[in-house]
Ligand binder design. Structure first.
Ligand SMILES: [Zn+2]
Length: 285
């Protein structure tokens, strides 16, 4: 019995050492793969509210957002622009230590009311990815002096607000399609199964042409609605003049200035409401 027990202990130690060894190899392989690369954290926000009852997976409170900004400041992060990112990728321009990109999807009006003043307070940069048809609708409401056009609970940015934000030099504007922000037959801006690649390219190009007619700025930044895309999407966007494309894969980016295909799949972490900044960032690192 004693021999059986001893053998069992030896086998357990051997198997344990093997598993640890394999794990160690996997970790060192991962670190080799990323060695010399710069870790880039990209955050994805949507709506922001002063009313705790409205908070959720895609809507943080003003206090939560400010806590995140404090956390980034206290932990040595430097928010960078997409312009800095592409200068690094294409021209090896240096990046600060611990770079982070703060993005806001959908172009909610609450960004202007709540997020922008806080970004000014902390001297941080951010990117807003607008949906052209939403901008158009709320710009029309503003022109009609509609009472709801600036209600931060549900409104979207108008062209006059977008212009002010862009002129600040602090905020970059990205394209979140003109009207492909839905989950009907077409999911986001992905290709419909029955659609030929040529027909898909035409549909995406036409949508983006409409977006560019509405917006008062030229943009080379794109964010996939719902993070959905097809295998043809990155090359079509590249042809249409986009130089940086955000997805919604919740993963760190490890970037360099050699193979820069990563510019067309920049991963982001969605920031939901309901957890502290410390817990949210702890999950990432
Ligand atoms: Zn969206």
């Amino acid at each position: 019995m004693k021999t059986v027990y001893t053998n069992l202990v030896i086998v357990t130690i051997f198997v344990g050492a093997y598993i640890l060894g394999s794990f160690g190899a996997a970790v060192s392989c991962m670190s080799n793969q990323n060695s010399g690369k710069v870790p880039l954290l990209v955050l994805m926000y949507h709506n922001i509210t002063a009313k705790p009852a409205l908070r959720g997976k895609y809507c943080v409170t003003v206090q939560e957002f400010e806590n995140d900004l404090k956390y980034l400041q206290n932990n040595g992060y430097t928010p960078i622009s997409v312009k800095q990112l592409t200068a690094f990728a294409h021209n090896s321009a240096p990046l600060p230590d611990k770079p982070v990109i703060i993005t806001f999807d959908d172009g909610y009006g609450s960004f202007y009311t709540y997020a922008y003043p806080l970004l000014e307070k902390y001297d941080f940069k951010a990117v807003v990815n607008n949906v052209g048809s939403f901008t158009e609708k709320y710009t029309d409401l503003e022109e009609q002096n509609h009472p709801d056009c600036h209600n931060p609970d549900y409104c979207y940015l108008t062209l006059s607000e977008i212009t002010k934000l862009q002129e600040s030099g602090r905020i970059e504007m990205g394209c979140h399609t003109y009207d492909m922000h839905s989950l009907g037959k077409r999911k986001g801006c992905g290709r419909i199964k029955s659609e030929s690649p040529e027909a898909y390219e035409t549909a995406l190009a036409e949508d983006i042409a409409k977006y560019r007619r509405v917006m008062p700025y030229s943009t080379s930044i794109f964010a996939y609605p719902y993070g959905i895309y097809s295998k043809e999407s990155p090359s079509i966007l590249r042809k249409l003049g986009f130089t940086a494309v955000f997805d919604c894969t919740e993963r760190m980016n490890y970037i360099d200035d050699k193979n820069i295909d990563w510019l067309f799949n920049i991963h982001r972490y969605n920031r939901p409401s309901g957890i502290s900044s410390e817990s949210f960032f702890a999950k990432i690192q």
